[in-house]
Ligand binder design. Structure first.
Ligand SMILES: Cc1ncc(C[n+]2csc(CCOP(=O)(O)OP(=O)(O)O)c2C)c(N)n1
Ligand SMILES: [Mg+2]
Length: 334
């Protein structure tokens, strides 16, 4: 499946076919990230790893509505966004494993994933640093006279960085086709939102600016889909930026290996019940569009695809040291 192929989208609620597609994408992300966690513990994946397990609905619902020519920017929790935008699992996994066949020749890793061909313009470890970059892509689209958009995913912590407000200011002033998608999981690293701001809703932070702002349940994938499709249609029509705040939760620690001792106040059990995959499956069974045996089949297919990706990545060599030296001399990846 290529998640980023253009399809006609309407602002109506997603059809059962779309919902099945979203479930497929969420399973691919879940299987991929669970395996990344295991490979990190086995020391086959390198560097700091941040997983989005429990929040896959946002990536799936947003990226399913985009085209290859639309730019997506992510942050440090980027694997789900990349996979949903259509980066191939094998080359993405190879990148995390530091192999030459990886998206960036194995020299970027988890927080520097880039796949220009699929419009995934990148992860970054600089919290909030992706937001002005997305404005750049949006400005380019506008100057070229296309109806392409830029989407940037960021967390609630990034909103406290000054460049968030600077970006909202310019995006609204220039009416740029940029969609600001905030995944508000209530934490910035180990700090709860209440400890770093008095403004609970990110959508309220942008209240003085002339842009639509919507807060949705990020674990209700149909809700994310519908809200985003409306904002996307506006942006494509030249009506400017929008902010979509998705309330969600990470079921894993901030990073793999996080002792996770700061979350006593949050009921993980509640959030497990709100797992976007399980919720969509329950809804699909209740509404009759999902057969009883389909979830197991989707999960098995996703895990088999990830197995193949890992095997492919393992067969790819580590990049030669001379290559790294040449990169430093030439000033960047080729
Ligand atoms: C500019 C900058 N400041 C600080 C950090 C350290 N840091 C890494 S992740 C993080 C918290 C980010 O929180 P949020 O944006 O809510 O994303 P989440 O981890 O919750 O997905 C911080 C402060 C950083 N990477 N970059
Ligand atoms: Mg956060």
């Amino acid at each position: 499946m290529t998640a980023s192929v253009h399809r006609d989208v309407s602002t109506a609620a997603p059809t059962p076919d779309v919902l099945r597609d979203l479930l497929t994408t969420m399973w691919r992300i879940r299987a991929f990230e669970e395996r990344v966690g295991a490979l990190k513990r086995a020391d086959e994946v390198h560097g700091l790893i941040h997983l989005s397990i429990g929040g896959e609905g946002v990536a799936a619902a947003v990226c399913r509505q985009l085209r290859d020519g639309d730019a997506v920017y992510s942050g440090h929790r980027a694997h789900g966004h990349a996979v949903a935008k259509g980066t191939p699992l094998d080359r993405t996994m190879a990148e995390l494993m530091g192999r030459e066949g990886g998206l960036c020749s194995g020299m970027g890793g988890s927080m520097h994933l880039v796949d220009v061909a699929h419009g995934f313009l990148g992860a970054t470890g600089v919290v909030g640093g992706n937001i002005p970059l997305a404005l750049g892509s949006a400005l380019a689209a506008k100057q070229r006279g296309t109806d392409a958009v830029a989407v940037v995913f960021f967390g609630d912590g990034a909103v406290q960085a000054g460049l968030f407000t600077e970006s909202v200011n310019l995006a609204t002033l220039w009416r740029l086709p940029v969609l600001l998608v905030c995944e508000n999981n209530g934490f910035a690293e180990f700090t709860p939102r209440s400890a770093h701001t008095t403004v609970e809703r990110v959508s309220d932070v942008v209240a003085p600016y002339p842009l639509p702002r919507t807060t949705v349940d990020g674990n209700e994938v149909g809700e994310v889909w519908s809200a985003f499709s409306e904002l996307l249609a506006r942006a494509r029509a030249g009506e400017g930026p929008a902010l979509l705040e998705c309330l969600t939760h990470r079921l894993r620690g901030h990073y793999e290996g996080d002792p996770d001792r700061y979350r006593e106040a949050v009921s993980t059990e509640d959030w497990q019940r709100k797992d976007p995959i399980l919720r969509l499956q329950r809804a699909g069974h209740d509404a009759g569009w999902l057969a009883a045996d389909e979830p197991a089949a989707l999960e098995a297919a996703a895990r088999a695809e990830v197995d193949e990706a890992v095997a492919w990545a393992r067969s790819s060599p580590f990049p030669a040291v001379a290559r790294a030296a040449a990169l430093v001399e030439s000033g960047g990846a080729r």
